[in-house]
Design a protein around this ligand. Structure first.
Ligand code: NDP
Length: 496
């Protein structure tokens, strides 16, 4: 018997989800567990005609107001029921995240808890979403600002957090009254399809949530170009984000929400609790094997303590438990795709060739099957090195040094990105000065990776457009309509 801590005996075949029903009959993409190398799932390779049908279903469900026309309280009730069902199915969904993504089971379970919270916050947001009024336009004119759902949303999600990134968007899209067509990464589609079961059981009307599976280059590209999709929410690489902007401009000027890459600084002052900060640095780059848009990948450390601090981080990295993600004790699991594995190892080789000094890791970990990389620390990194500038998307931390607060801020901002940042100091002046001056959409002071779905998420600069989660996350999927109401008799324009 297969248990939730052993591998399935045979790969499970999934159907794609269109207008309230699962469908099969398409060629299948077989996904092997990146941690174990055995096939775990078979996912339909949908056609562009399937995508077309999904957009038609989502459009119909939007226009007949079966969802947008409900009171916010009714939409919120569906989201709360979904949260309850997720609580019941937590371990099963976490298991599928492990099988397809390679992340540790304990981490995956924590992520599902976060997803449950997203649905609960989304439920509250559905009830609280409101517009505005203007009572200051003079006695003869009254102004109302209505918030209306944007319409049909295309949602493209990546493979690093297949369920978490999905759930940081779906409840908020649903709270707004929009309908959607989701295209998950082909390599991690299972849990996006499991969410369809959850939402159906929670009472979501047919056609509101549709999932079309297949590759990014075929289905994803077609979704970005679709003229009847009103908004596209994309999370992934900056290169594909750029192609989404072109596709939107060349089709229907669809609204865009983009969450792209990051090269996030962790700034450590000499006056910080160095043990705490070293733990934060080791965690910030190793969490999800560094395949995380908010990974703290650039250590910017005050020169007077740099050598001591780097040694502390290296020692902690050496103690991180890299292993089989189905083992509850594992802290760092597998690299999700072979291509990503090659990319990370390529950057490690490049760092060494560029003259950086390897203080920890620096190589693949051989567990007999699957692909794993040891948490890695490079010291002596200079700002011009590729490993300091480019998003590696792996467990590779690069250490740069500073002498003054101004220098720390300048180094932190020396990137095209602006997703997240962290600062460690006991001095409130330094903490707040750095927080105000470093350009990043998410900031941590003496902590890292903390937070919940109440607060908005998103990036500055080339890290993206728009905000997800919180009330901003719902508002992102709405547009405002300004309504002017004449009170009493209107003064005539034609007087002759
Ligand atoms: P992509 O940007 O290619 O993939 C992200 C999503 O976009 C996936 O669903 C993918 O589908 C889809 N996609 C791919 N090509 C297109 C396209 N032309 N039009 C529309 N959708 C498309 O990321 P990669 O998988 O190639 O990863 C490369 C790099 O991107 C990483 O090394 C990392 O730097 C960055 N990245 C950042 C993420 C983030 O959270 N900010 C997440 C993932 C990657 P499919 O997978 O089926 O091809």
């Amino acid at each position: 018997m297969t248990t939730l801590l052993s591998l399935p005996h045979s790969p499970r075949e999934f159907g794609f989800y269109l207008d309230g029903a699962f469908h099969g009959g398409r060629p299948l993409f077989e996904r092997a567990s990146p941690a174990h190398g055995v096939p775990v799932s078979r996912i339909p390779k949908c056609t562009v005609a399937d995508l077309e049908a999904a957009v038609v279903a989502a459009r119909r469900a939007f226009e007949d107001r079966r969802w947008a026309g409900l009171p916010g309280a009714a939409r919120g009730a569906v989201l709360l029921r979904a949260a309850d069902i997720l609580r019941r199915r937590r371990d099963e969904i976490a298991y599928w995240e492990v099988l397809e993504n390679g992340k540790p089971i304990s981490q995956a379970r924590g992520e599902i808890d976060h997803c449950i919270a997203c649905f609960e916050v989304g439920a509250g947001a559905a009830r609280l979403l409101h517009g505005d009024s203007f009572n200051n336009l003079g006695d003869s004119l009254f102004g109302m600002v209505l918030r209306e759902p944007v319409g049909v949303v295309g949602l493209i999600t990546p493979w690093n957090f297949p369920f978490l990134i999905l759930c940081e968007r779906v409840p908020f899209i649903l709270a707004s009254g929009c309908t959607m067509v989701v295209k998950p990464s082909e390599v991690t589609s299972a849990t996006t399809l499991l969410l369809a079961e959850v939402l159906a059981e929670a009472g979501l009307p047919n056609g509101v949530y549709n999932v079309i599976t297949g590759s990014g280059r075929s289905i994803g590209q077609a979704l970005t170009e679709h003229p009847d999709v009103d908004m596209l929410s994309f999370t992934g690489s900056t290169a594909v984000g750029r192609s989404c902007v072109h596709a939107a401009a060349d089709s229907n000027f669809k609204k865009l929400g983009l969450e792209l890459g990051g090269k996030n600084p962790i700034i450590v002052f000499a006056d910080s609790d160095l043990e705490d900060a070293a733990d934060g640095a080791a965690f910030g780059i190793s969490f999800n094997t560094g395949q995380c848009c908010v990974s703290s990948s650039r250590l910017i450390v005050e020169r007077s303590v740099a050598a001591e601090f780097e040694a502390l981080v290296a020692a902690k990295m050496a103690r991180i438990r890299v292993g089989d993600p189905l083992d509850a004790a594992t802290q760092v699991g597998a690299i999700t795709t072979a291509a990503q594995n090659d990319t990370i190892l390529g950057y490690i080789a490049r760092g060494t060739a560029e003259g950086a000094q390897l203080l920890a890791g620096g190589q693949a970990v051989d567990l007999g099957r699957g692909q794993y990389i040891a948490p890695t620390l490079f010291a002596g990194v200079t700002p011009d090195m590729a490993i300091a500038r480019e998003e590696i998307f792996g467990p590779v931390l690069c250490s740069l040094r500073f002498d003054t607060v101004e220098e720390a801020i300048a180094l932190a901002n020396d990137t095209v990105y602006g997703l997240a940042a962290s600062v460690w100091t006991k001095n409130i002046d330094k903490a707040l000065t750095v927080t105000r001056r470093v350009r990043a959409g998410r900031f941590w002071v003496n902590t890292i990776m903390a937070g919940g779905p109440e607060m908005p998420l998103g990036g500055f600069r080339q890290s993206g457009w728009g905000r997800e989660a919180g009330m901003s996350g719902v508002e992102e999927y709405t547009q405002t309509k300004s309504v002017h109401v004449e009170l009493g008799k209107r003064a005539h324009w034609v007087t002759g």
